[in-house]
Ligand binder design. Sequence first.
Ligand SMILES: [Cu+2]
Length: 167
Amino acid sequence: MTATTSCTFMTRLVGLCFSLFLSCTAALAQVTVTDPWVRATVAQQKATGAFMKLQAVQDVKLIEAKSPVAGVVEVHEMAMEAGVMKMRAVPGLALPAGQSVELKPGGYHVMLMDLKGQVKEGDVVPLTLVVEGKDGKRQTLEVKATARAMTPGAAPGKAAAHSGMKH
Ligand SMILES: [Cu+2]
């Protein structure tokens, strides 16, 4: 009798876990984050960028980003202004349903400012992204971005100067 009871209990428990797992997976699948990374910094550097690919199931906007490694985190875009590549904060980055939106050097990025320490190559940087749907519902995404070093030739400063010269 006791064996039957505990068996039923276990079955229920496994069933409960399984349904929780499924609902969690469904929630996470609303926005898929692919290949998140942060540019590694040198000592005393106070800012860097985080990059990734985002794909949403429904139309949402990336409205906020946070990270424990930075005092200030903003969503930025790079744009040409009078022949000079400049970056500025955007109030929200639209993630249209089903479209892959890439945050990459020279384009949109999550700007990490007022860094609390050096971000070394191989470090795992936690990022929290907040997206908002058309219905105003917000969803939080926890992302683990790996710090990567970039070769000097691929640095955004040089890329910006180069594209400036074309104009
Ligand atoms: Cu920036």
